[in-house]
Design a protein around this ligand. Structure first.
Ligand code: HEM
Length: 328
C-alpha cells in the first residue's frame, strides 16, 4: 500500500525538492518490495503461526500454481481415461460375449455363499466407495462437466456438500475395507488352480468353459488385492490430506495428493468392471451379495472346488435340501 501511495503521489503532483526529501522509503515499503520480488521466484512467502501446523504459515508459494496445473492435468487425464476405457471395454465385451448365463438350468437349490457379516462388510465398503468415487469425480471433473449444466449456485452447493461427504464417509470405507480384508484374506491367497483358471481365460471368453475354482477365482483375487492395496493407499493418503500437519513437508503432502488421485482413477477402472460382472454381466451373480445364497448349478459352474469343500464339510453330497449350507 505504501508503495502505491508513494507512486500515486509522484504521478499526481510533481514533488518539490523538499517533498522529495520527505518521501521516506519506509521499512514497510521495503518489505513489500521484497515480497513482490519473492513472488517472481519459487520462494515461499511465509508468516508466523502459533498452531502446530507449520504449513499454515505459508502465505503464497508461486511454485504451487504450476505444480497444481501439472497435478490437475495428470489426475484429470487418468480419471477420464479410466472411466471411458472401462465403459468402452465393457460395452465391447457385452456385445461380443453377451450376458454370461448358467449353461445348465438353474437347479432351484440354494447354497449359502456369503454370511451376513461378509455381506455387511462388502456393502459398507462398496456403498462408501461409491459415495467417495462420485464426490471425488466431482472434485476432479465437476467444474468442466457439471458447472455449465447446473449453474454456479447449484454446483457450489453440490460441491460443498460433496466435499463434506467425501471427508466424513472416508472412515466408513476404512472400516468396511478392514472387515472385508479380515473375512476374505484367507480365501485370496494364490494357489495352483489359479494358473489353470488364468490359462482358460476364466471361462469368460467362451461359452461352456468352466475352469475349476475355490471360493474365489484368480480374477476375483486380483479384484480383492487391488481393492485391499489400493484402498489402503487411498486411506493413508486421504488421512494425510485431511491432516496436513501429519504429512511431513509440503512436498510430501503434494505427493500424497498426486498418489490419491492416480490410485482413485485406477481403482475406479477395476471397480466399474467388478460392478458389471457382479450385476448385469453374469446371471445369478448378484444373489451372492443380495440374499447371500446362490443357485447350486451356478456355484458348480463358477466355483466347483468350493462346492466340493462345502459338501465335504456338511456331509451332504446331494445338496438337495433347500436349507442354506454355511460357506466355509
Ligand atoms: C453396486 C455395486 C456392486 C455390486 C453389484 C457388487 C457385487 C458383488 C458380488 C455379487 C460379489 C460376489 C461375487 C461372488 O459370488 O463370487 C462381490 C464381491 C466383492 N466385491 Fe463387490 N459389488 C459392488 C461394489 C463393490 C465395490 C465398490 C467394491 C470395492 C470398493 C467391491 C468389492 C468387492 C470385493 C473385494 C469382492 C470379493 C472379491 C470378488 O468377488 O471379486 N464391490 N461384489
Amino acid at each position: 500500500m505504501a508503495v502505491v501511495t508513494v507512486m500515486a503521489f509522484g504521478a499526481v503532483t510533481a514533488p518539490t525538492s523538499v517533498q522529495a526529501q520527505q518521501v521516506n522509503p519506509t521499512a514497510q515499503s521495503i518489505t513489500e518490495d521484497k515480497l513482490f520480488q519473492a513472488l517472481q521466484g519459487d520462494q515461499m512467502v511465509a508468516g508466523r503461526v502459533s498452531i502446530p501446523d507449520d504449513q499454515a504459515s505459508g502465505l503464497i508459494k508461486p511454485g504451487n500454481k504450476s505444480w497444481a496445473g501439472t497435478h490437475t492435468g495428470t489426475v484429470r487425464f487418468l480419471t477420464v481415461a479410466a472411466v471411458v476405457s472401462a465403459v468402452v471395454v465393457l460395452a465391447l465385451f457385452y456385445m461380443i460375449r453377451g450376458r454370461i448365463m448358467v449353461d445348465g438350468k438353474m437347479s432351484g437349490i440354494r447354497i449359502l455363499r456369503f454370511t451376513a457379516i461378509e455381506r455387511f462388510a462388502h456393502w459398507l465398503m462398496a456403498g462408501s466407495f461409491i459415495v467417495l468415487a462420485l464426490t471425488g469425480l466431482n472434485l476432479v471433473l465437476g467444474r468442466t462437466l457439471l458447472l455449465p449444466l447446473l449453474g454456479e449456485g447449484t454446483f457450489s452447493t453440490l460441491t460443498v456438500w460433496g466435499k463434506l461427504a467425501h471427508n466424513y464417509v472416508g472412515p466408513a470405507f476404512m472400516v468396511g475395507l478392514l472387515l472385508s480384508f479380515l473375512v476374505w484374506v484367507a480365501h485370496n491367497l494364490p494357489n495352483k488352480v489359479d494358473a489353470e483358471w488364468i490359462a482358460q481365460g476364466g471361462g469368460l471368453l467362451k461359452k461352456g468353459v468352466h475352469p475349476p475354482a475355490k471360493k474365489f477365482n484368480a480374477g476375483q483375487k486380483v479384484i480383492f488385492w487391488s481393492v485391499t492395496l489400493g484402498g489402503a493407499a487411498l486411506s493413508f493418503t486421504g488421512v494425510m490430506l485431511l491432516f496436513p500437519a501429519l504429512a511431513g513437508g509440503q512436498a510430501d503432502w503434494q505427493l500424497f495428493q498426486l498418489i490419491h488421485g492416480i490410485v482413485a482413477a485406477v481403482l475406479s477402472f477395476v471397480i466399474i468392471a467388478h460392478i458389471y460382472i457382479g450385476s448385469v454381466g453374469m446371471e445369478g451373480a448378484f444373489d451372492a451379495m443380495g440374499s447371500g445364497e446362490v443357485d447350486l448349478n451356478w456355484a458348480k459352474e463358477h466355483h466347483s472346488l468350493w462346492v466340493e469343500e462345502v459338501q465335504a464339510k456338511s456331509g451332504d453330497k446331494s445338496m438337495t435340501s433347500k436349507g442354506a449350507h454355511p460357506a466355509e
